[in-house]
Design a protein around this ligand. Structure first.
Ligand code: BDR
Ligand code: CA
Length: 302
């Protein structure tokens, strides 16, 4: 599976990227970066560091530094740490970012492999909306867009209504939901059904040397945040998009059109709608099987 991960690393973004790297069926074409958990410059540095960690020559193309229409906002340091990787100071990456912007990289990759590229946006979805503006054929040529975002029946995680990625650029998600592209929404309806605990990170650390210890290290700050909101584990948000792309049989879904509130008190809320293309919304999952699969897979990262 040819894959591009659009990301704002981010502790769970790092988990997703290392999970993807461990899967021999995934051909990671590149990472594109976006503001969100950190600034876009920090997201790019962190993504380059993660590429160094997996020891592959995967291009990292920098994208949007702010939402399409909303004013810029403060990154989520209280959730992911001052530089996005828990308490770890992000090391200086060995490589430089790609010359193309994220939207250019996305458009070219999809144009070169029509019908083959899966895109997993796991931060605010600004770059994907920008790619759709840049190339009107993008929506038709992409194989699937599997989005970490939204909360259809579940409550939000930044407000009672909104999930963080959607809240941070609701206008961009609205463009993608209206585009007719094949979209699967992996929102809080499923991602909070799988929680990783400290014991799970001990297992990961014991299983795979330096990358396992790295994941354990960056998880501490993230787990503390979850503890502060009364949860004894962190949601498997971003890795779930990759698991959904590879193993859709582990999820149950509904075909429905969706809209997103772009203003008002429920800004960022994703709602069932009529009159626009239907998307695939994941509503339930086999949480036990997903967790067992994830832990087994992520301990294979070298
Ligand atoms: C999403 O928000 C970010 O904090 C996470 O990395 C994830 O992409 C969860 O709502
Ligand atoms: Ca993310």
């Amino acid at each position: 599976m040819k894959l591009i991960i659009d990301t704002d690393p981010g502790v769970d973004d790092a988990l997703a990227i290392l999970y993807a790297a461990a899967d021999p069926e995934i051909e990671l074409l590149g990472l594109t970066t976006v503001f969100g958990n950190v600034t876009v410059e920090q997201a790019t540095r962190n993504a380059l560091h993660l590429v160094d960690r997996i020891g592959r020559d995967v291009p990292v193309a920098q994208g949007a530094g702010k939402p399409r229409l909303l004013p810029p906002f403060v990154p989520s340091h209280h959730v992911h740490g001052p530089e996005g990787l828990g308490s770890l100071a992000a090391p200086q990456p060995r490589r430089a970012p790609h010359a193309e912007s994220a939207a250019e990289f996305l458009c070219r990759s999809v144009r070169e492999h029509p019908g083959e590229v899966v895109v997993c946006p796991i931060g605010p979805i600004t770059n994907i909306a920008d790619a759709m503006d840049m190339d009107p054929a993008f929506a038709a040529n992409v194989r699937e867009i599997v989005v970490m975002g939204g909360a259809v029946d579940a409550p939000g995680n930044v407000t009672p209504f909104a999930e963080a990625n959607t809240y941070h650029d609701p206008h961009a998600l609205d463009v993608v939901l209206a585009s007719g592209a094949p979209v699967t929404m992996v929102g809080l309806d499923v991602t909070l059904k799988v929680l990783l605990t400290e014991t799970d990170f001990d297992f990961v650390a014991a299983g795979n040397g330096p990358n396992g210890s790295f994941l354990k290290e960056i998880s501490r700050f993230y787990l503390d945040f979850y503890k502060s909101i009364g949860l004894m584990g962190c949601g498997l948000h971003d890795p779930m998009t990759l698991i959904a792309a590879r193993y859709p049989e582990l999820f149950s879904s509904e075909r429905t059109a969706l809209t997103v509130d772009t203003d008002g008190p429920a800004i960022g809320k994703t709602r069932r709608a009529n009159g626009r293309p239907a998307v695939n919304v994941l509503l339930d999952c086999d949480a036990e099987a997903i967790k067992a699969h994830f832990l087994a897979a992520v301990t294979k990262v070298q």
